[in-house]
Design a protein around this ligand. Structure first.
Ligand code: NOJ
Length: 574
């Protein structure tokens, strides 16, 4: 079967339908393996679609499935218009789109166009030489004058790459360096070149014609670089920080406006556009999502998931309730009148929230559900990352050979192999911080391979699948899964949750995170003890029997004391 965009999309309730939607992220490699090769695939997703639909999800975001050498698990694409054989075929994707639509959901693809794979034909052609063709499709620069090309310090500028080392790779074929903000396998596309933009827009149109409902755009605020590519301030890594020169470049708004004109504007219907934007400020986020500009529907920003970094992501600082309130509250305030934010704790790049901001040993259920209640009742569009709806925890890895992620392995190489750091210390850091924490297989059952695969999984399954799995939770009305269902249902049924305004309450309370949402005479109040100590909250006119939902038995709710990690949602007014 070939889809040509004729698979009926869910009817648009209104242009802002996504303001009351909940998105579920599938990381296909780790979701479900249908053919026993140990790697998740599209048919696996299809087979488990009812799990997602059963939660009440509106949109499925599929992390990259296009052809790729898999240096960064698909975030290094070598063919934008084909499916990697690891994951299946275009026909499998067509079938998935149709099945998603049949269930009243939508499907958005990951759009990775800040960079391609170095094996993409565009780059293969570009690296050949200076003259014509695609020579200018990437950032090529000569070595620094007076230096020996290829030697440290000869790079065109001092920027470090996101994973490790310099952001420049020497290319003897061309006698020049190319820029890669991520790994050397991910050269940055030169958006200054109109042909590059045309090629990207044509590809996006091809996917929309095929039936997809929008895109999550990978590091889309990096696509415009300061043309001078100036040196950055040197950081602890020994490299310069290029962020000020590429994270909000001079033409980023122009490129997104052009994308809108060339891709979305000419089409009937409504699409979802999500801009992943590391380092974006609330002010910039408002500009990007300003409905009058129409560039993006929402941003995906990182401030709250950087709170436990003490400098860079590999260092640790303790996060207090006040820290969380300051950050989340500031974003709520900044986007209160204009703009829209994504709400998330987890994705494929972040350690599991219950192990990170919660307490996966002392109070697993309480902390998984309290954090969910807080997030889902903010203003914005919530994202559920696969397994989060079960309270999945960080990985249990014994050794560095258990890790698979390029960023984690680069970190280990840099600290232990090159800088002779302590292997045990590096391992401890990876256990807490690695992206692989989010990438262990989805825990479907208590059986072998967690029901993820009949073969050998590409990355180790968490042994806690024997008690933490989807099959058990779906049949247990008191499970984390069912609390997520309730929260998602509340967003759909209660306009104050989707569209109400937001105000922090009880500011300064060291244990309890409290806020209200209000729309007309409807008010929702949330009180969540995000700590291992008892907490209290200010009642301020609350009738304690008006609890809509909570994560402790109803009989314990008749006081203004909250047990550790207890959270309640009150309905005030009629
Ligand atoms: C952000 C993606 O989420 C991450 O997984 C990837 O490594 C980088 N962008 C580079 O594409």
């Amino acid at each position: 079967m070939v889809l040509d965009g004729t698979s009926p999309r869910p009817a648009s309730r209104d242009a802002l339908w996504w303001q009351s939607a909940v998105v579920y992220q599938v990381y296909p490699r780790s979701f479900a393996d249908s053919d026993g090769d140990g790697i998740g695939d599209l048919r696996g997703v299809l087979a488990h679609l009812d799990h997602i639909a059963g939660l009440g999800i509106d949109v499925v975001w599929l992390s990259p499935v296009c052809r790729s050498p898999q240096a960064d698990n698909g975030y290094d694409i070598s063919d934008y218009q084909d499916i990697d054989p690891l994951f299946g075929t275009l026909a499998d994707l067509d079938a998935l789109i149709e099945a998603v639509h049949e269930r009243g959901m939508r499907l958005i693809m990951d759009l990775v166009v800040n960079h391609t794979s170095d094996e993409h034909p565009w780059f293969v052609e570009s690296r050949r030489g200076h003259l014509g063709g695609k020579s200018d499709w990437y950032f090529w620069r000569d070595a620094r004058p007076g230096s020996v090309p290829g030697e440290p310090g000869a790079e065109p500028n001092n920027w470090g790459a996101a994973f490790a080392g310099s952001a420049w790779e020497w290319c003897p074929d061309r006698n020049q360096y190319y820029l890669h903000l991520f790994s050397a396998k991910q050269p940055d596309l030169n958006w200054e070149n109109a042909e590059v933009r045309e090629a990207v827009f044509a590809m996006m149109n091809w996917w929309l014609d095929r039936g997809v409902d929008g895109f999550r755009m990978d590091v889309i605020n990096f696509i415009s670089k300061d043309p001078a590519l100036p040196d950055g301030e040197v950081t602890a890594t020994g490299y310069g920080d290029g962020m000020p020169y590429f994270s909000y470049g001079p033409r980023v708004h122009a490129y997104l406006a052009e994308m809108r004109r060339r891709v979305f504007e000419p089409r009937p219907g409504t699409y979802l556009t999500v801009g992943e934007m590391p380092g974006v400020t609330p002010q910039q986020a408002r500009e990007f999502t300003d409905s009058k500009r129409g560039q993006l529907d929402m941003v995906f920003q990182f401030e709250h998931v950087s709170l436990d970094h003490d400098g860079d992501k590999w260092t640790q600082r303790t996060v207090s309730v006040n820290d969380l309130r300051d950050t989340l509250g500031r974003w709520q305030e900044a986007l209160a009148e204009e703009g829209w934010n994504s709400l998330y704790w987890n994705n494929h790049d972040q350690p599991r929230v219950v192990s990170r901001f919660g307490d996966d040993e002392g109070c697993w259920f309480g902390s998984a559900t309290a954090l969910a209640i807080v997030l889902h009742l903010h203003r914005g569009t919530p994202y559920v990352y696969q397994g989060e709806e079960l309270g999945m925890t960080n990985a249990v890895f014994d050794d560095v050979t258990d890790f698979r992620d390029i960023e984690s392995l680069d970190y280990y190489e840099q600290t232990v192999v090159r800088n002779q750091g302590d292997p045990a210390a590096a391992l401890a850091v990876l256990r807490r911080k690695s992206r692989d924490n989010a990438r262990t297989p989805m825990q479907w059952t208590s059986g072998p391979g967690a029901g993820f695969t009949a073969g050998t999984p590409w990355i180790r399954v968490n042994p806690n699948h024997v008690w933490l799995n989807a099959a058990d939770q779906r049949s247990d009305p008191g499970s984390v899964y069912h609390l997520y269902r309730q929260l998602i249902g509340l967003r759909h049924s209660e306009p104050a949750v989707a569209r109400g305004d937001f105000a922090l309450l009880d500011v300064g309370n060291e244990h309890v995170y409290a806020f209200r949402r209000r729309l007309g005479s409807r008010e929702i109040r949330v009180v969540a003890n995000l700590s291992a100590a008892d907490g209290t909250f200010g009642r301020d006119g609350l009738e304690l029997d008006q609890v809509l939902l909570g994560n402790r038995p109803a009989r314990e709710r008749e006081t203004d004391r909250l047990a550790p990690w207890e959270a309640r949602v009150y309905l005030v007014g009629t």
